[in-house]
Design a protein around this ligand. Sequence first.
Ligand code: NDP
Length: 265
Amino acid sequence: MTDRYAVFGHPIAHSKSPQIHAAFARQTGQDMSYEAILAPLDGFAGCVADFIAAGGRGANVTVPFKEEAFRLANRLSRRAERAGAVNTLTFDDGILGDNTDGAGLVSDLTRNLHCALAGKRILLVGAGGAARGVVEPLLEQQPARLVIANRTVSRAQELADLFGRGVTACGFDTTGGPFDLVINATAASLAGELPPLSPAIFTAGTLAYDMMYGRDTPFLAFARVQGAATADGLGMLVEQAAEAFFVWRGVRPDTAPVIASLRAV
Ligand code: NDP
């Protein structure tokens, strides 16, 4: 019987996950289906329960349900526990919650963009769910330092405090710089806005990475003017999906052709 998977979100129509997982399944010969499910804002847990009752084997979770998924899971991977958010659920003897966002970002940076992180100065802009999920995987790469800058400085401080030495928190006006890598993990790009960052965070060798994908953003345009190289979050999206696929199926798909085909449309 074909194994069923899904992504839950609100909204969900824009999601590229069904396309990505269909490509992975074709490529690796896995007998599975993957659909997008619009969960009501007050009905995520019920929707997941219905999907499990209908034979669902696993699911991805996107905005705004990642923290609710964290609470719904009755077992958590270490990376989900540290992230405080879940983007991958496996329905197998209960509900296992995992978080593949950080692994996806690190894979995109190191493998696709050839950006080694050891010894680098990294600025992470934002302290929401996406930022929280990537701190530990970034630290595992042993950067020289990691600075977290956020509009609400106390949220950056809370996040930095979870990790201790080597991680500092600040507001947008006290970041210092320059940095080798600047990651925009704020939702500002979604609104077409630019966080008020200093141009001094960039230098000619900086890679500016925006987790947002699908269009050029004011952050990437600003970085380009300062001479930085730029990348959007499409690679991260495909890599976090590949990590979830591996969790479910035990097979690692080749991401390069999938990224290329999404870029082509
Ligand atoms: P959250 O709502 O959890 O966090 C939002 C963050 O953005 C907070 O730090 C918030 O600051 C900050 N912020 C919001 N608006 C502004 C603004 N106008 N100026 C400056 N800062 C702002 O969102 P997520 O963390 O879930 O998502 C963030 C981004 O990452 C989104 O664009 C999302 O699409 C993207 N993403 C991409 C993924 C991928 O695979 N490529 C995976 C996951 C997320 P404050 O604390 O002060 O409110």
